[in-house]
Design a protein around this ligand. Structure first.
Ligand SMILES: [Fe+2]
Ligand SMILES: [Fe+2]
Length: 342
């Protein structure tokens, strides 16, 4: 009997958590986001002219050389390679980032569906989750088309994560809070890197430029939703649960971001890159460390504001090497010009 009441209590709390209609401000925000999705959205096959001459992928095109904002691109080892080699590595790297992006989005879509499945009638979360899924479906098509056009057979995510990807979406129904932190762990680094590349202004292949501009434009809403979702829920979690979460959030950020940013084993083998160079590029050089930290200013702010920063959590952020000051507002510092996808 006691087990049964405990169980009903858990289910009741879980249901109650999905009832958002009493929070007018939150409902309003979701309405705005949903309307944004209707007003401004992109279709991978009508908004990108894949068959136009300037979108063709041709051999020996300097525009595939990695930009200086890319950790590999800025490294002396890369810069010392021949031009042909730089192009070859650049194409592989950019195709693989697109593939990891679409793998990640595929997990996200499945998770959103699992979450939306249980949402009660009338909830604005249903509509927004579905808008977001539609947009992510379009992104995965756009990224896959890009990979196909570049023509390199890239693997995407590391193998372990591909196996785990079967289970991560199952978390979204019963445990949406850690799931949405996982969403941020994927979206923040991708968005951060794409914005940095667009801002750098290096001449990119038109496929890259168009795909990134479209993606950055739509991701802004997705990231807002994850932040709003968590701001609403995290402060009301039970104390012990919040403490546990405060320690796991930096871990989630670090593990997922690494899977996205660091190319898989096949890359280092294919181009015969020494291990020391790999370590240096992503973890040891001061630029690499700063690059990792910079990606999570907004998440640190979110944790700060929702009671997920305590001395132990701070230590955890430091151990994961992604500690630093929280942003003062989202997307700080004030961005310079970003190529628009309009
Ligand atoms: Fe996306
Ligand atoms: Fe997204």
């Amino acid at each position: 009997m006691a087990v049964k009441t405990a169980r009903t209590r858990i289910v009741r709390r879980w249901r109650k958590n999905m009832d958002v209609l009493d929070d007018a401000e939150y409902v309003d925000t979701l309405q705005t986001l949903s309307e944004g999705s209707v007003r401004r959205n992109f279709n991978p096959y009508t908004d990108i002219d894949w068959d136009s001459p300037e979108f063709q992928v041709t051999p020996n095109d300097d525009r595939w050389i990695l930009p200086a904002t890319d950790p590999i691109g800025q490294h002396p080892w890369y810069q010392a390679q021949t031009r042909e080699r730089q192009i070859e590595i650049g194409m592989w790297r950019q195709a693989n980032v697109a593939k990891v992006g679409l793998h990640f989005e595929s997990i996200l879509i499945r998770g959103l569906m699992n979450y939306a499945f249980w949402v009660p009638n009338g909830s604005p979360e249903y509509r927004y989750c579905l808008h977001e899924s539609v947009e992510e479906c379009n992104h995965t098509m756009m990224f896959q088309e890009m990979v196909n056009r570049i023509g390199v057979d890239v693997p995407g995510m590391p193998r372990v994560l591909k196996w785990l990807s079967q289970f991560i979406p199952l978390v979204a129904g019963p445990r949406p809070v850690p799931f949405f932190f996982g969403v941020l762990a994927g979206e923040e680094p991708i968005d951060h890197t794409q914005k940095a590349v667009l801002r750098e202004g290096k001449s990119l292949h038109p496929i890259m430029e168009r795909v990134m501009a479209i993606h950055v434009a739509e991701e802004a809403r997705h990231i807002s939703f994850a932040h709003e979702y968590l701001r609403k829920r995290v402060p009301h979690l039970a104390r012990a649960e919040r403490f546990g979460l405060s320690l796991t959030v930096p871990l989630i950020m670090r593990v997922l971001c690494q899977a996205i940013i660091v190319p898989p084993k096949a890359f280092w083998q294919e181009f015969d890159i020494p291990r020391s160079v790999k370590k240096e590029i992503f973890f040891r050089s001061p630029q690499a460390r700063q690059f990792l930290r910079d990606m999570f200013g907004d998440v640190r702010m979110l944790c700060h504001d929702t009671g997920l920063m305590n001395p132990f959590a701070k230590l955890m952020w430091r151990i994961c090497k992604i500690d630093g000051p929280p942003s003062r507002y989202r997307s700080e510092p004030a961005r310079q010009h970003v190529v628009s996808a309009a």
